[in-house]
Ligand binder design. Sequence first.
Ligand SMILES: C[S@@+](CC[C@H](N)C(=O)[O-])C[C@H]1O[C@@H](n2cnc3c(N)ncnc32)[C@H](O)[C@@H]1O
Length: 435
Amino acid sequence: MSTQEAPPRGSWPLAAQYVARWLDQRDRVDTLLEKMPSGLSPSDRARCQHLVYGVIRHYGRLESEISRLVVHPPRFATRAVLFVAGFELIEANNSAEEEGMVAKIVHHAVEQTKTLASPAESRLVNAVVRKLAPLLNKESPPKVAQANELADYYSHPEWMVKRWLVQYGAENTRKLLEWNQTPARACLRWRDASALPPDFLTATEWPGYFEIGAGRWSDVEPLLKAGQVYLQDPATRLAIELLDPQSGESVLDLCAAPGGKSLLIADTMTAKVPGGQIVALDLPSPRIDRLKENLAKITGVEVALVQADLLEGFSEVLKEHKLPTSYPAVLLDSPCSNTGVMRHRIDVKWRLQEGDFRKHPKQQLALLHAAARFVGPGGRLLYSTCSIDADENEKVIKAFFDSRAGGPFKLEKSVLSYPWATGHDGAGVFLLRRS
Ligand SMILES: C[S@@+](CC[C@H](N)C(=O)[O-])C[C@H]1O[C@@H](n2cnc3c(N)ncnc32)[C@H](O)[C@@H]1O
């Protein structure tokens, strides 16, 4: 969508425009949806996001069925209509009045095409969406765990499914695929110790974490602004529970942006008595603005923000800022493949490449070596990822202990969260202690 073009009215045509943009340019979906018009009602906003997410989540299956029906791919505006209608058909599969629903979906897609593309193209849409309905309907989950069939049905790249079959086995791979294809529940952490959470927040089984009631987003926004809540999956707690930051300590939070874990560290440190210091580091980038905003919500702990590269001269930067170079607690929340959070980050599966599973571990090991230099005698080093891949978790830790730098450390504890088992995001967290 060009910036001059007026956004279309209504969630459906707007979703179709975002889908057209995604099909054409493969923008990151969160960046794309940040541009939603501010005047959009909360329900239109939610519906638009639901449709765009639905298309991207089911992209593989939709693409393969649509390309069977159209010989020459139509332009992106028309293809987007086919994809959005296709996702509606997948959703309708679970609906009791499915037959009536299909007719409605076809009619609506045809009408939308007249304004989003052209009356001539609406004839193509009519024919394709009608034929698409039984194709998307007839499929049920494959009985045998063949990588290609699982990949087609659950819309994931085949190489990724093969990787998971090797690491997790057939049953868990199927559970993971199902998990990723289910819309994520919206969770937040209640931060305000002086007030009780409002009724529209439903407690989860993880203390402090709540689910946001449907259609209550506008009620959450003021709480977010006031710093009373932070949008966060319960998996985040794993790293901080293991690090166990204490009041009065100096904590070095490496790879801190946008600051979700910095806030949790601060809230944990100040739970009983205020005091202590957090030094938060990240690379100079636009992410720093969000980190600054979040760090500003911390009270009861001194906070220093450092923009630098952990792999290049960070020690000198700390000295320049007159900050300690040795800490009792260091968190390294490393960049990773995000395979544990694919339910939220729905486009990750289409961006990842097999080579990323060689690239990430190299970077993670380099960061871990760099982080280890700032851990004081007897201090803790917490390595954390939101990946569930062994190459980015156990194998990085093993490579660290196989190197000389691992000598003074021992592994005290680790937790691997697999979404199908824990019911929240995936993560790998490892607590190392220096002698
Ligand atoms: C998983 S994110 C961190 C999330 C953050 N801890 C939170 O809870 O909100 C990884 C971060 O590592 C940062 N990063 C990557 N390489 C870095 C480096 N060499 N030095 C410092 N930060 C780095 C990225 O900019 C990114 O913000």
